[in-house]
Write a protein that binds this ligand. Structure first.
Ligand SMILES: *Cc1c(COP(=O)(O)O)cnc(C)c1O
Length: 342
């Protein structure tokens, strides 16, 4: 795939092969050298633990091109640290944060032509993953692992004619249990959410929100994004032992507090409280913010509406603008979130 043939103004959020991917193997108790590869396939043993017992963790982060032509990688150290927590959570070999960061920088350098130019709203989406590769049939952790890193240019995640979209809320399914793997970014959590996610799509919703799986009283998150609600100049986001600690959410909390002068509350959010929010959004690296039109509690036939005209509210817009400005360099890197690749 040649970068010259890419239509930067029509990028979707989908896989496409770029120039080079980066790999690193863990064997005999240590990580080897980074290798660079054009082939986008892998060969492994048919009994590898990732294939049978779900030993797989992943991450997602982005690099942006600024007006000044410099490439900015957003909060990669935070992704590195979270990936190692995920590895710990399902007994996989952890990688030094420095090695992860070196791999990301080298990937971006090798694929700099695939970072969308400034002004198109696009970015290079970077996907790191680690898989257990030891052949095993008995259930126990692998002793060999492979780290793989690839990138692809992406546009905006949700592309509709409206700024806001409807979401569904249901008690019919759980995604993760309170003391389970919900706080780790593991592929298995996504498999667990596919039935509910497809049901939501079939019914015309962007995604499904889960309630806490213990009491079914509090908002957890949707399959791939955290939740936040806005009221009385306050940014409110759930605390829960079964959701992922979103780096986008943390960034929005910082912007709300430090730039917009809002209060930030991280606490349990009862379902009924949805009726009191002036605005609501789902947040994650892929979409940044997906402003929510309404959340339909389909079990009870209740609809919580946040936008009457289909447009995002003023706070969602401001949060998004400030975060994008930091990411693409229109604003200064006031919180130390950027790694530059020149
Ligand atoms: C990746 C992910 C998010 C978003 O996290 P970011 O760090 O903001 O990209 C939210 N929830 C789940 C379950 C995720 O896997």
């Amino acid at each position: 795939m040649e970068s010259k043939s890419i239509d930067w103004s029509n990028l979707s959020f989908g896989y496409r092969k770029t120039g080079i991917n980066v790999r690193c193997k863990y064997e005999n108790g240590k990580w080897g050298a980074l290798t660079f590869c054009e082939d986008d396939t892998i060969t492994m043993n048919i009994a590898a633990t990732c294939l049978h017992y779900g030993q797989e963790v992943f991450e997602g982060l982005k690099a942006f091109k600024g007006k000044d032509g410099r490439i900015r990688i957003f909060r990669m150290r935070d992704n590195a640290e979270r990936m190692m927590l995920s590895c710990e959570g399902i007994k996989m070999a952890q990688m030094p944060v420095e090695l992860f960061c070196e791999a990301v920088v080298k990937l971006v350098e090798a694929n700099r032509d695939f970072v969308p130019p400034y002004g198109y709203g696009g970015s290079l989406y970077i996907r790191p993953l680690i898989i257990g590769t030891t052949a095993k049939v008995g259930v126990s952790p692998a002793s060999e692992y492979e780290f793989i890193l690839f990138g692809m240019p992406v546009g905006l995640y949700f592309k509709g004619s409206k700024e806001t979209t409807p979401f569904m809320l249901t008690r019919k399914y759980d995604r993760a249990a309170p003391l389970g793997t919900g706080t780790f970014k593991v592929g298995g959590n996504y498999a667990a959410g596919m039935v509910a996610g497809e049901e939501a799509h079939d019914l015309g919703y962007s995604a499904v929100f889960y309630l806490d799986s213990c009491e079914k009283k509090y908002i957890d998150e949707c399959g791939a994004a955290n939740f936040f609600g806005i009221k009385n100049n306050t940014y409110i986001t759930p605390s829960s032992t079964s959701i992922l600690n979103s780096i986008t959410n943390r960034s929005l909390q910082t912007i709300a507090e430090k730039i917009l002068g809002m209060k930030v509350e991280k606490r349990k959010v009862p379902v009924e409280e949805l009726s009191t929010f002036e605005e609501a959004g789902a947040c994650g690296t892929a979409a940044i913010i997906s402003p929510i039109e309404r959340i339909d509690d389909i079990d009870n036939g209740i609809s919580y509406e946040f936008s009457k005209d289909g447009n995002a509210g003023p706070v969602c817009k401001k949060l998004l603008q400030h975060l994008q400005a930091i990411q693409n360099g229109d604003d200064e890197d006031r919180f130390g979130w950027i790694t530059y690749v020149d």
